[in-house]
Design a protein around this ligand. Structure first.
Ligand code: GLC
Length: 719
């Protein structure tokens, strides 16, 4: 994909001095007042190749300067017209899941199980950010994760490699579009390569132990999908794997990323990840940092200044060859050429009409919401009802945008839940009663007696999630649990709307809530999506992209586990010995789970062949497996039909369930539809202990169902 720019990159490279080459590998934070002239001088000398448009290492939850388009054009002019090389600057920013219009956090968007919708949303994000001169986003974050204590689980697409892979390719294509030089396209960045989501204990920036077997089967697939989708850049991760920092690992950055996955773009470090090699104890000094990272295959250094300070001497002293520098520089130049920066270095800012973007923001927020409990079909509420609305998220705006929403418009642009509920109820017979403090007082007993139902707006602050925001206990705040207890005591039905980032442990509040809607940090129109869902304007169809544990102590708990020798696979039911003496081993809500206001019935799956030859599979033949799904309720609804496999006996232990396909369908009441999956070698194999993809003979169960616990199966044999 980017190799076609090799020749032009080579021609530019030949004109550069060693210093100017190294400048292309140097990314610095956007200039702040006071060092502008000095910055311009550095650009003139060819010492800077890229700016990161933020000025703090954990931009996710801290105020960042807005994108200053005029300044960016001013600096670009210096680079193009006043430096000897004339090479344009590359501007990157954390435009993670929205720009001025914010979409649900990655973990929530994945619950939509709708890659096409996600792709449309991410194209809108690119339109908004690119219109302000942002060439490159440090997104999508595609770290597979089983660790809800880790604040950054919210950024990825959950625990499953297949779902995360479909989302990764949708996000990359959404950002990059069909033409990277187009005005509404942005370079994407698959991050954090690799294994960051396995941080031990859910502690950020921490160590990981990842076997190649797990890496190849569970963690690499979304990166493989992103590379196949043409992702222009990859960001190296902070963590070490089995004692080897990724940032200085040739194995991960070159042998696997380029040799195995075929990545052709360039690798940028995470913020000061190169510097951290000294703290991780593999580099003695700045020169070591630069040498180790560059020779491992890390092309551009984010904000550390080790490259610019050391690479020239390292080359002149013969410690590293200039060819290593040339390789990295050409990779960067190829992406700048691919982006069309040489032809169009300046951006005339233009106003983007956000009307459609806002509509899509509400649509995907609604499709991401997961109805996990609905006792006696309490929801949807009638608009004739008198509703007592309480809770800390009644008035919340910023948290609804989630972490990493650097440029999200706030104020009235992000309606709060009270405004949304009042809007939905406007002109209706019912009413919304709320307490200005949003906190229940003892005197609520009377208020409750005057209302039909209680709705609690609960949740987790955005600032309790994201980077460097890990929790040792992932429960809702005690005052929220107490609020639910009091509400339940009133004898009225209680609805919990939970605006969260992580999949919180809800066992201590669940008994007080008759219905629970996981609304997530769903972006600009999250409040309206939630309000319209509880009143039935939207029929919830989200499915969990990650397991919800009962208690923090169950972590890690995820669905695609291998079978234990003694049936202690609590996930699939308490077995021979329970996992814990003080807790059930099963999840509160499993992967792929979500209720609807209607109901669906699945026929037993049927295959077109009960056996298939291994040779036939490897030659591209497949098995057609199908099931009929019927809407047995009274209203139209969407259902994500999921295909799982189970390889009972193989040369390596295989998971009890593996998601290998899904199709989201909409059915009217009474309507039935057949869903078909064509299952080939790419779905029936795995990477063995030699990191080789193999398909083996034997029996394979094919499941078609509504979540990972389905037992709706048919068995085939590979012969
Ligand atoms: C941060 C994050 C990374 C982000 C980068 C730039 O530390 O780890 O995801 O893109 O630095 O802000």
């Amino acid at each position: 994909m980017y190799e076609k720019f090799e020749k032009r990159a080579e021609e530019i490279l030949c004109t550069l001095t060693l210093k100017e080459k190294i400048g292309q590998l140097n990314q610095v934070p956007q200039p702040v007042a006071g060092n502008l002239e000095e910055t311009k001088e550095r650009i003139r000398r060819g010492e800077i190749g890229s700016f990161i448009l933020c000025n703090s290492p954990t931009a996710g939850n801290e105020e960042q300067q807005a994108v200053m388009v005029d300044l960016l054009n001013e600096l670009q002019k210096v680079a193009v017209e006043e430096s000897r090389t004339g090479i344009p600057l590359l501007y990157g920013r954390d435009v993670i899941h929205g720009h001025h219009t914010v979409y649900p956090i990655g973990l929530a968007a994945a619950c939509s199980f709708d890659p096409e919708l996600v792709k449309k949303c991410y194209h809108c994000i690119a339109k908004e950010a690119a219109s302000e001169s942002v060439h490159w986003t440090f997104s999508p974050m595609i770290d597979v994760c089983h660790e809800p204590r880790w604040g950054r689980i919210i950024e990825g697409q959950g625990e499953d490699p297949y779902l995360a892979s479909r989302m990764a390719e949708a996000m990359v294509k959404g950002f990059q579009g069909e033409d990277l030089t187009a005005d509404d396209s942005m370079l994407a960045c698959a991050k954090h390569y690799v294994g960051y989501g396995a941080s031990e204990g859910g502690r950020d920036y921490f160590r990981t132990e990842i076997s190649d077997y797990t890496l190849f089967n569970s963690i690499l697939p979304p990166f493989r999908a992103a590379v196949k989708a043409g992702v222009a850049t990859v960001m190296s991760s902070f963590n070490d794997i089995n004692g080897q920092p990724v940032t200085s690992s040739k194995k991960y950055l070159t042998d696997i990323l380029r040799g195995e996955l075929g990545f052709e773009g360039f690798v940028v470090s995470d913020w000061t990840a190169v510097h951290q090699l000294m703290k991780q104890g593999v580099a003695r000094n700045s020169a070591d940092c630069a040498r180790l990272a560059l020779t491992a295959g890390l092309d551009m250094e984010m904000t550390d200044n080790h490259y610019i300070a050391n690479l020239e001497n390292l080359v002149l002293s013969g410690e590293i060859s200039e060819e290593v520098v040339d390789l990295a520089v050409k990779r960067v130049l190829k992406i700048k050429i691919a982006k069309g920066l040489f032809e169009k270095p300046y951006k005339e800012p233009y106003k983007v009409d956000r009307t459609e973007h806002i509509k899509l923001s509400e649509k995907i927020a609604a499709e991401s919401m997961v109805l996990v409990k609905n006792e006696d079909n309490l929801l949807p509420l009638s608009k004739d009802m008198k509703v007592a609305l309480y809770g800390p998220f009644t008035y919340e705006r910023r948290a609804l945008q989630g972490s990493w929403a650097l440029d999200g418009y706030l104020g009235a642009s992000t309606p709060n839940f009270l405004e949304a509920m009042n809007e939905v109820m406007a002109g209706q017979k019912g009413h919304i009663h709320h307490s200005y403090e949003g906190v229940l007082h003892d005197d609520c007993t009377y208020i409750f007696s005057q209302n039909d139902v209680i709705v609690l707006a609960l949740g987790e602050s955005h600032a309790a999630t994201g980077e460097a925001r890990c929790s040792a206990d992932i429960v809702l705040a005690p005052n929220q649990v107490e609020m639910a207890r009091k509400a339940k005591q009133s004898g009225k039905k209680v609805v919990g709307v939970i605006f969260c980032g992580r999949p919180l442990a809800l066992e201590n509040i669940e008994p007080y809530l008759d219905a629970i809607l996981i609304a997530w940090h769903g972006g600009t129109r999250c409040a309206h999506a939630a309000a319209k869902t509880i009143f039935g304007e939207y029929n919830p169809c989200g499915k969990t992209s990650v397991t919800f544990v009962r208690k923090t102590g169950q972590i890690p708990l995820y669905y695609n586990i291998t079978k234990s020798g003694r049936n202690v696979d609590g996930y699939y039911g308490e077995g021979y010995a329970q996992n814990y003496i003080d807790s059930l081993g099963s999840p509160m809500y499993p992967f792929g789970y979500g209720l609807s206001y209607t109901s669906f019935e699945y026929s037993a799956p049927e295959v077109d062949k009960a056996t298939i030859s291994l040779d036939g599979l490897l030659a591209g033949e497949n098995v057609r497996v199908a099931a009929k799904i019927k809407n047995t309720g009274e209203r139209t609804g969407k259902e994500t039909v999921q295909l799982y496999i189970r390889d009972h006996v193989a040369s390596c232990m295989r998971p009890i369930r593996e998601l290998k396909g899904f199709e989201k369908i909409e059915l009217a009441a009474g309507e039935e539809k057949e869903v078909v999956f064509n299952v080939g070698a790419e779905s029936l194999g795995f990477y063995n202990f030699e990191n080789k993809y193999v398909v083996e003979k034997g029996h394979i169960d094919l499941f078609i169902g509504e979540n990972c616990l389905t037992n709706n199966l048919v068995t085939i044999e590979i012969v």
